[in-house]
Design a protein around this ligand. Structure first.
Ligand SMILES: [Cu+2]
Length: 215
């Protein structure tokens, strides 16, 4: 490699390093037995600088399939559109009574797809008037820096520009959100562990071989 090419390569790498942001990883486990907790929403809200503007046309999907919402927990940034496609052969009638976004999508057919814009931060619980057991959560966040824990209880936030952040971990069965202040710096790539005493799962599941008239 020619000397100046080496220099340019090095300069490029250093340039990247100078702009490299913190990549915070969070692991959530249960207090009782240390089992991984999936579906926890981890978010980082800047405390000393404004969050970048929201993606103008972000659209995510929460489908209705096998008379359940999928996914169970969805995190979006303020302003996002959520699309609710009905992939069942039965009708659904979904609603939210949650303060940040009350809405109702009256009876809609298989194959239909309705959309709702979520313009206020907060937690929205969604149910279905026809199928009592259906429940899903939408976490509307004032920041683009968020992630959801996977089956191993792990979530990796998008790279954070340097600064102070309010890190929050929310789960539908946690008694309260867990909050911690963090400092993001290029050389600082922490793995933060949280343990949570989950409340019992009160979701009532449909009997797999239940009679159609029951629903
Ligand atoms: Cu339904």
């Amino acid at each position: 490699m020619r000397p100046h090419a080496t220099f340019l390569l090095l300069a490029g790498l250093l340039g990247l390093a100078a702009h490299a942001a913190d990549s915070v990883k969070v692991i959530v486990r249960t207090t009782l037995d240390g089992k991984p907790v999936a579906d926890a929403v981890v978010s980082a809200t800047p405390l000393d600088h404004a969050a970048p503007p929201s993606a103008p046309h972000e659209t995510v999907q929460i489908e209705q399939k096998d008379q359940e919402f999928r996914p169970y927990v969805t995190a979006v940034q303020v302003g996002a559109t959520v699309n609710f496609p009905n992939h069942d052969t039965v009708q659904h009638h979904i609603y939210s009574l949650s303060k940040p976004k009350r809405f109702e999508i009256p009876l809609y057919q298989a194959g239909a797809s309705e959309s709702v814009v979520f313009d206020t931060p907060g937690i929205i619980t969604i149910g279905c008037n026809i199928h009592d057991w259906m429940v899903a959560y939408i976490v509307v966040l004032p920041t683009p820096f968020f992630a959801k824990t996977d089956a191993t209880g792990a979530a990796a936030l998008p790279p954070l520009p340097a600064g102070r952040y309010r890190l929050e971990v929310w789960h539908p069965r946690a008694p309260a959100p867990m909050v911690q202040e963090i400092q993001s710096a290029p050389e600082n790539t922490p793995v933060l562990e949280f343990s949570v005493a989950l409340k019992p799962d009160k979701r009532i599941r449909r009997a797999p071989s239940g009679k159609p008239s029951d629903y």
